[in-house]
Design a protein around this ligand. Structure first.
Ligand SMILES: [Ca+2]
Length: 204
């Protein structure tokens, strides 16, 4: 094992020097479709709609399979957005009634204030899959601490509301769910947590 790993390291180093890994992560730009029609402003309520299933999932595949059990779904108070930093041990996850063994199905709208190219960074503990404007933009499967993979790059054709859907699960210990954005023209090291007022939903 040790020998094999040592043999691989120069290969990774060479790929990194060639810019291969950066190119692979940055190449994909997701083109988002605005909600059509745009939601009626009078019907929108703050935050995102969420339903919880209080079952164990170790992967997004398992979490998704539980969604099929409709009678297990329990609507929860709306999320204020993806603004939940890592919990303390024993603290409830999101707006759920439990700190562990929670699956959340989230949907609503996200408002982009201007058109252009945005970068989105998602932090999750544990698994997370996100679609915005009809496009899957991020997935981080499995159980892990509050961490992120490469940012997603999205092309926003017009200011306004975009449908957002997410599948999230928290198995054990702490949990987090955060989205940050870098708006068009902002510096490459400039990240802001997407504010609560950017999220809305139509009550079901
Ligand atoms: Ca966890």
């Amino acid at each position: 094992m040790r020998c094999g790993f040592a043999m691989f390291r120069p290969v990774f180093a060479a790929l990194a020097l060639a810019g291969w890994s950066a190119a692979a992560g940055a190449a994909e730009v997701h083109k988002l479709a605005p909600a059509d029609p745009q939601p009626d402003a009078g019907a929108l309520k703050p935050g995102a709609h969420v339903e919880y299933i209080y079952r164990e999932a170790k992967s997004l595949h398992e979490a998704k399979s539980w969604l099929g059990y409709g009678d297990l779904r329990k609507p929860g108070p709306p999320l204020r957005g993806f603004t939940y930093e890592d919990t303390k041990l024993g603290e409830n996850v999101l707006t759920a009634d439990a700190d562990e063994l929670v699956i959340a199905s989230i949907d609503g709208f996200l408002r982009f204030p201007e058109p252009g190219t945005y970068k989105l960074t998602f932090w999750s503990n544990d698994g997370l899959r996100v679609s915005i404007g009809g496009v899957e933009v991020y997935e981080h499967d499995g159980r892990h601490p509050c961490e992120t993979l490469d940012p997603a790059t999205v092309e926003v054709p017009a200011a306004g509301w975009y449908a957002v859907e997410a599948l999230f699960f928290q198995r054990l210990s702490t949990a987090c769910l955060v989205m940050e954005w870098q708006k068009p023209g902002e510096a490459a090291d400039s990240w802001t947590v997407v504010p609560a007022e950017a999220y809305a939903h139509v009550p079901k």
